[in-house]
Write a protein that binds this ligand. Structure first.
Ligand code: FRU
Length: 936
């Protein structure tokens, strides 16, 4: 469909408004205010008025007329300048007006001559010029408004003739000689009386002349026949009358004035009081000048010459004239009043318009805001509806989640219940195993090997029982079914009873084990079964993580206020890392370091059991320094509920029956060797394993074929390895203190032990652990639980590989030099010696002294030992090893002869070739190329 661009524009505008209501608001506001600003009044026209003077009544009347007319025209800005009868000032003011910027100039020039060029300039610059009352000596003006002064003079002349009946001497007093009215009045007057020879104009006196008044006085005195004086203005007429009066000629001399001013002291008033014979009406033309100016500005037709009517006012018409004038004045006053009223109305109307405008704006804005508000309300409704939908969806999802969680919980409960039931089920057969086992072990005729095996079975059965008990306690705790039954007991003897069960273990491990009570016979309310479990757990941990010859201290004390009992179990064993210590009481937390590993049940359970006592258990531990557990229990029973208190005290003998398993787990089993089965053992193995049972088990299985050494910690294992230099090491990765990986790394970096193959035992078999193992240069990994046959095969393979390697280097040695010595020291020496030589084979400066220093024996001892054990001179031996290595490299590596010579410690290729040929009868090059059969 075709859509016109304007339609598209409109559509996008509508869309914009729909999407952004604020846009609508702003748009409407702009339209509204711009329409308001359109109502602003148009630019005002400027009319400048240059008045020659303004102080006299005639010019005031002119000004009144102008103002009255201007009041009907609001669009005029009227700028008035008074030259105060000063021609230069008027010139300056006209220029100022032009500069100011005027649209039209009204001017009443003070003097014609000097002002003519100025006014001509204004006119030619394009500004219309309206002359009023007085003219210039040029026609370069737009319009003239005023009466004809020539006619004024003629009127006065005619009246003179008629008054004097054509006979008599007369005088004329003239105004400013360079102002056109006075020149023209004179001309008109003379024009009339010249035709009447009976009338004699004796003199024309200038009223601006310095001695004007005295001149007039003298003239009157000296010319007694003077019967009339023509005064060119009413003001001049007043002065003339005064002088006549002075000279007492006022009775016989008639005076004619000009202007006809409607005031008592002048013009009409003087005629009415017979001071003047007549006055010629000279209209001011103020109103007409403004009307003409507006026509010009409005580009309406106008006349260039606007001559106003003039007439004689004498005693015959002065009354009517005065009355008419009064009437006009009255009407004008009325007009002024009405005009004022109109102006007031205009102001009121303007104010009302403003109020209406304000109300309209408010209304419009209210409408706009209302619209916007409505829009947002609608939008809000939509959003709320959406939110409501979302809420419903979320609540649906939540319900689903709750359902799902319930299902998960049910499934979990089912699993845990199953687990608990299985644990229960396991307990019975385990107990059934224990009973006949104990019986069988009690038999005095038992062969020691059988007894050992039975002991082994018993200990592991107990371990299983302990784990199952803990699991069941944990379940009870979780379900809130753990029954708390406190009774009052002597805590010191209670602790003593428990600790006494560990004294045997302490003795065997050479651990200094002390129990101290700082308070005597402290009575405490506690659940004996629970506290027993907690203390057994803490003590078995302490014994587990404390090395032989360590210290374990148990102390009983109270706080200073005597309100709390404190039981501390402190050891100087392996300690925990900060992280392990922080999480030790968390359920299932097994620790990150090898030093702290457990099921994650014991301590968590202990914490909960102590919690049931309203007590607390805390620990402080430092890695390598030891651990201290502190139990706080409230003294007294005020904190206990009635149902927490046991009615009857349990019989002491029943208390620990189950928990004996804690101790037996720690005790060492002394497996005895059957000396009759001893055979000649070629290789020695060092077993490093902290689990006594596993260590004993391995020892038993490997004992028949290998000379065995054992260690329970990484540190003791390392020192034993340096000491005995075994042929192979089997080590657990998880060891108290230094772990298996760290141990391997140390051994592999020590010359004395670097050649010993290491097999690591790991419980996890994780790829990360294996990578760590490879980094530490372990030779093999066995994942627990392992098959013994597999372990034995691995041991054989690793040892065979080592032998093959050694064979490779020593195959050239005469048979008698091969060590078949079973002496540990000798084997250690040979191992060390060959290792030093092999490690330095590329060093051409490698010397006998260096070997001695590295092995830690003197030069002479070294010579003797090597000769005795290998039948070789040390240097010959080193050379043989070098050449053997060279052969191996020639066959197996992509290296040139020079590089091989360098690798086996020869400084020059030539010397290497010579020695090689003398030894094998063939040059290295020929040997490499296989041109001859390989030397053996
Ligand atoms: C007033 C006046 C009048 C006279 C006119 C001539 O200033 O002197 O008396 O008629 O000016 O311009």
């Amino acid at each position: 469909m075709f859509v016109s661009p304007s339609l598209k524009k409109n559509q996008s505008f509508i869309n914009c408004i729909r999407e952004k209501p604020i846009f609508l608001l702003v748009s409407l506001a702009i339209i509204f205010f711009s329409s308001c600003s359109d109502q602003k009044s148009p630019k005002k026209l400027r009319i400048g008025f240059s008045q020659c003077q303004s102080g006299d009544a005639w010019r005031k009347k002119m000004m009144d007329e102008m103002n009255r007319e201007l009041s009907f025209h609001n669009n005029i800005q009227f700028i008035f300048k008074d030259a105060e009868a000063n021609t230069q000032k008027q010139i300056q003011q006209i220029n100022e007006l032009v500069k100011q910027g005027i649209d039209l100039l009204i001017v009443s020039p003070n003097e014609a001559q000097p002002l003519t060029p100025v006014i001509e300039n204004v006119y030619t610059s394009g500004i219309p010029v309206v002359l009023i009352d007085r003219g210039i000596n040029s026609t370069k003006y737009t319009a003239f408004v005023g009466a004809s002064n020539f006619e004024v003079g003629q009127n006065a002349g005619r009246y003179t003739i008629s008054l004097l009946k054509g006979k008599g001497d007369i005088l004329e007093v003239m105004g400013l000689s360079d102002a056109t009215p006075f020149i023209d009045r004179h001309k008109g007057f003379v024009d009339v009386i010249a035709n009447n020879p009976g009338i004699r104009l004796l003199k024309t006196i200038q009223d601006h002349a310095v001695n004007y008044e005295s001149d007039l006085e003298n003239t009157l005195v000296t010319n007694q026949n003077i019967s009339l004086i023509f005064a060119q203005t009413d003001y001049i007429a007043l002065t003339v009358y005064r002088i006549c009066k002075k000279t007492s000629t006022d009775k016989k001399i008639k005076i004619i004035g000009v202007d006809g001013l409607p005031i008592d002291s002048l013009g009409m008033g003087m005629v009415a009081s017979k001071m003047l014979a007549a006055t010629v009406l000279y209209p001011t033309g103020g109103q007409e000048a403004i009307v003409t100016a507006l026509k010009i500005l409005d580009h309406q037709p106008y006349s260039k010459e606007n001559t106003l009517a003039t007439t004689i006012i004498d005693s015959s018409n002065v009354r009517i004239m005065q009355l008419q004038n009064d009437k006009v004045t009255e009407q004008q006053a009325d007009i002024d009043k009405r005009q004022k009223k109109i102006e007031e109305q205009i102001i009121i109307s303007k104010n009302q318009t403003n109020i209406i405008l304000g109300i309209s704006i408010t209304l419009a804005l209210a409408l706009i805001f209302g619209g916007v508000l409505f829009y947002y309300l609608q939008e809000n409704k939509k959003i709320n509806k959406k939110l409501e939908q979302q809420k419903e969806e979320i609540s649906g999802q939540r319900n689903q989640l709750v359902e799902l969680m319930q299902k998960v919980k049910d499934a979990n409960d089912a699993r845990v219940n199953f687990f608990t039931n299985i644990s229960h089920e396991l307990r019975t057969p385990l107990t059934l195993i224990m009973a006949p086992l104990e019986d069988a072990m009690a038999s005095p005729k038992l062969h020691f090997a059988v007894k050992n095996n039975l002991e082994f079975i018993r200990r592991n059965t107990m371990r299983l029982l302990r784990l199952i008990n803990q699991l069941m306690d944990f379940r009870k705790m979780e379900e809130g079914k753990m029954k708390f039954s406190a009774s009052e007991n002597n805590i010191t003897s209670f602790v003593n009873d428990i600790t006494s069960a560990f004294t045997e273990t302490a003795k065997k491990k050479h651990i200094s084990f002390n129990v101290t009570s700082k308070v005597k016979d402290l009575q405490l309310w506690f659940d004996t079964t629970m506290l027993d479990k907690v203390l057994f757990n803490l003590l078995s941990n302490a014994f587990k993580f404390t090395a032989d010859h360590g210290n374990i201290n148990v102390t009983i004390d109270t706080t200073a206020d005597g309100k709390t009992a404190i039981i501390k179990v402190a050891d100087d064993g392996v300690g925990m890392s900060e992280e392990d210590a922080a999480h030790a009481f968390e359920m299932f937390y097994q620790g990150h370091s090898s030093t702290f590993k457990g099921t994650g049940l014991g301590l968590s359970l202990s914490k909960q059991l102590i919690g049931l006592h309203h007590g607390d258990i805390t620990l402080t531990s430092e890695k390598g320094k030891g651990t201290c557990f502190e139990i706080n229990l409230p003294i007294g029973k005020s904190h206990l509920q009635a149902q927490d208190i046991l009615k009857e005290k349990p019989a002491p003998s029943n208390i620990y029956e189950d928990e004996k398993i804690y101790i037996t787990d720690i005790e060492k089993v002394n497996l005895q060797h059957d000396s009759t089965t001893a055979v000649q053992k070629e290789n020695s193995i060092l077993i490093i394993e902290d689990n006594d049972d596993l260590r004993a088990f391995l020892k038993e299985r490997l004992d028949s074929h290998y000379e065995l050494h054992e260690a329970a910690t990484g540190e003791s294992g390392a020192s034993l390895a340096f000491d005995i230099v075994p042929d192979l090491i089997i080590s657990d990765i998880v060891l108290p203190g230094q772990n298996g990986l760290q141990l391997t790394e140390i051994l592999k970096h020590d010359l004395r032990t670097s050649h010993i193959p290491v097999i690591l035992l790991t419980a996890k078999g994780s790829i990360e652990e294996q990578i760590e193992g490879i980094k530490s240069q372990a030779d093999a990994f066995i994942v627990k639980p392992f098959n013994v046959a597999y372990l034995e095969e691995t041991i054989k393979t690793v040892l065979k590989n080592r032998a093959v390697l050694r064979e490779h280097y020593t195959s050239e040695l005469p048979a008698e030099t091969r060590s078949n010595s079973s002496s540990k020291i000798d084997r250690k020496f040979i191992n060390e010696f060959t290792a030093v030589v092999e490690n330095n084979i590329a060093n051409e400066h490698f010397s006998v002294d260096e070997i001695g220093r590295q092995i830690g024996i003197s030069r002479v001892q070294l010579y003797r030992k090597v000769k005795a054990l290998l039948g070789y001179n040390v240097n010959d031996y080193i050379l043989t090893i070098r050449l053997q290595k060279a052969k191996y490299l020639l066959l197996n590596e992509e290296l040139n002869i020079a590089e091989i010579a360098f690798k086996v410690g020869f400084a020059s290729q030539a010397y290497f070739s010579t020695v090689f040929k003398s030894k094998f009868g063939v040059t290295p090059k020929a040997f490499k190329e296989g041109k001859t059969s390989h030397p053996k």
